[in-house]
Design a protein around this ligand. Structure first.
Ligand code: URA
Length: 216
């Protein structure tokens, strides 16, 4: 509890950025929680400020931490295949993570992924909220439970929200789906293929929702 309090105190010194570019610059020096200590750099979101759809992942992995870009590792390759199948151009959407630093545990020469805890997710919402404020997407696709908490501030399972577009207080719509790394962990090929199809259907739902919003 003490750590969280101190981290929040550190964060409270932060001035509110006035643009997405300024947000990115300030996020690069983020020390709001301790995750920056074991990470190479902040991995900020990327994509056009005019994007209608924002995809929110959990946190950068090893490859993203090194490259400084979201979804460039194995989960990113699955995501790219799914975006392709859903007819979504990666460069047309805003791609980001709920947590901007790679949480990991050094093990010899490897760095093992560690799931961010609720306190870390909530502290990092400062950055996601600013990305949302400046991009103002019609639809936010939350990839997995960490992203759901980052977007809504509450814990909920993917299965409790999946398939039901949910209104957000800022006027946008939340679509919850699985994290692409879940597909990588599935041992049964045919189940993984079926789940991939479900994931693509969720992404198509995001497109239809964003289009409906534009028509309204
Ligand atoms: N997993 C995520 O949630 N985000 C990334 O950027 C990469 C892997």
């Amino acid at each position: 509890m003490r750590d969280l309090f101190e981290a929040t105190e550190r964060g409270s010194l932060q001035p509110e950025p006035r643009s997405l570019a300024e947000t990115r610059r300030l996020a690069a020096a983020c020390t709001r929680c301790d995750l920056y200590r074991n990470a190479t750099q902040t991995v900020f979101g990327e994509g056009p400020i005019s994007a209608r759809i924002m995809l929110v992942g959990e946190q950068p992995g090893d490859k993203e931490d090194i490259a400084g870009r979201p979804f460039v590792g194995p989960a990113g390759q699955v995501l790219d295949r799914a975006l392709d199948a859903a007819g979504i151009e990666r460069k047309a959407i805003f791609l980001t993570n709920g947590v901007k630093h790679f949480k990991n545990e050094p093990r010899g020469r490897k760095r093992l992924h560690k799931r961010p805890d609720p306190g870390e997710i909530d502290i990092c919402r400062w950055w996601l909220d600013l990305e949302r404020k400046f991009v103002h997407p019609a639809v936010i696709v939350a990839l997995g439970a960490t992203a759901i908490r980052s977007v809504t501030g509450r814990s909920a399972t993917v299965s409790s929200l999946r398939g039901r577009p949910t209104g957000l207080p800022d006027g946008g719509t939340l679509i919850a789906t699985i994290h692409p790394s879940y597909l990588l962990r599935m041992p049964d090929r045919s189940l993984a293929d079926a789940e991939f199809g479900h994931f693509v259907a969720d992404l198509k739902l995001a497109v239809r929702t964003a289009e409906g919003d534009r028509a309204a």
